[in-house]
Design a protein around this ligand. Structure first.
Ligand SMILES: *Cc1c(COP(=O)(O)O)cnc(C)c1O
Length: 364
């Protein structure tokens, strides 16, 4: 069996360091917003190239708190429209709803799967913000989106939950907008051993307000300035992330190496390969191909013991939870969702496994 993502193998590489940090936390007994969180926030900000990082409980909260933070600052107001890609993990859209804002779903570019610049322009009328999702680990067309945001005086926010370490000439994911959200869900390129998230930004006012929001609206114990939530990055998870951050770049290099091997090795007209410009602008959270007959293809993969996933099987606007969006016309998003399938890719896949996947796919 070729695993889609071997989380045991990925994390077992750090077993000794994890165990030492657990013992040290048990001894210190400072479990909430302790020194591991502060250390991680400093290191991750440095890594992304921003002035600040604020840890949160998960990626959804990171997005929601950015939006609520801008409402607190008076830059957004409830009911404002926010452009979001229609083909994303549902969390992107939920964050907008949780902040009492209005999501406007925008079609993707069918080649990169990222939000289409032309569709953004067509929908811009009275929007106040854009959330760009670096889907599957590939940076959006950042230069164009920054230009649009500047011209129209819009907030530009990144959902970088799949793009830790992705990099272009303008900088790293997390530093390419006014504020960015990360998730450290275990399967992400930088994954904790549980839930975790973070906000990166270089705006000190936003940092002050999201630090309040994540901690019951409180900077001083039992003094509550605003209506906050409880969404702190767990200190133990921060300790694990401090260990894993050191090898994130090496892991991303491995993912790109596998992607390059797939792109040059898979020669099958029935399988459409993803766009990849060979730069560091892609960290391959997922390697997504398209096939016409997906049911047949998944049966073939099952028969050859290759694990697969679909990111994502149902477009967000067709989910029951978002039924008020079910009549929005999004033909490109719907087409994509019918054909995409994600193949195994991870920093612990062996060369033999990669060659095996290539050979099997070429025999399809
Ligand atoms: C994982 C993910 C999130 C949400 O992160 P959680 O930590 O699971 O809350 C948001 N957006 C995208 C694109 C994701 O992949």
């Amino acid at each position: 069996m070729i695993k889609f993502l071997d989380l045991h193998k990925i994390n077992n590489r750090y077993r000794d360091a994890f165990e030492a940090s657990f013992k040290s936390s048990l001894d210190d007994a400072y479990f909430v917003l302790g020194k591991n969180v502060t250390h991680f926030e400093n290191e991750f900000a440095k890594y992304c190239g921003t002035t600040y990082c604020v840890g949160t409980a998960n990626g959804l909260d990171a997005l929601t708190l950015i939006l609520k933070g801008y409402i607190q600052l008076g830059i957004l107001k409830k009911g404002d429209k926010v452009l979001v890609p229609a083909n994303t993990f549902i969390a992107t859209i939920l964050s907008v709803l949780h902040a009492d804002l209005v999501p406007v779903l925008v079609e993707p570019d069918p080649e990169t799967y990222n939000i289409s610049v032309a569709s953004v322009k067509a929908n811009i009328t009275d929007a106040k913000a854009i959330i760009m999702v670096h889907l599957y680990g590939q940076l959006c067309n950042v230069e164009s989106l920054q230009k649009i945001a500047e011209t129209h005086n819009l907030l530009l926010i990144e959902d970088a939950a799949q793009a830790h370490g992705a990099e272009c000439k303008l900088g790293k994911a997390g530093s390419l907008s006014h504020a960015a959200a990360f998730s450290f869900y275990p399967s992400k390129n930088l994954g904790a051993l549980g839930d975790g998230g973070a906000i990166t930004t270089s705006n000190p006012q936003l940092v002050d307000v999201v630090k309040l929001l994540r901690n019951y609206g409180s900077a001083k114990k039992y003094v509550n300035e605003i209506v906050g939530v409880n969404s702190r990055l767990d200190d133990m998870q921060a300790a694990f992330l401090n260990i894993k951050l050191k090898t994130l770049d090496a892991d991303n290099d491995k993912r790109r190496k596998i992607a390059s091997a797939y792109v040059s090795g898979i020669k099958n007209p029935k399988i459409k390969l993803p766009f990849y410009d060979t730069t560091k602008a892609h960290v391959f959270y997922a390697f997504v191909v398209e096939v016409e007959n997906r049911t047949e293809f998944t049966q073939f993969l099952d028969a050859h013991k290759i694990e697969w996933l679909i990111h994502y099987p149902t477009p967000a606007h067709k989910q029951q939870a978002l039924s008020s969006f079910s009549n929005v016309e999004l033909p490109i998003t719907e087409q994509i969702h019918k054909k995409i399938i994600s193949l195994p890719i991870s920093p612990v896949m062996s060369t033999e496994e990669v060659q095996q996947v290539i050979a099997i796919l070429n025999s399809y």
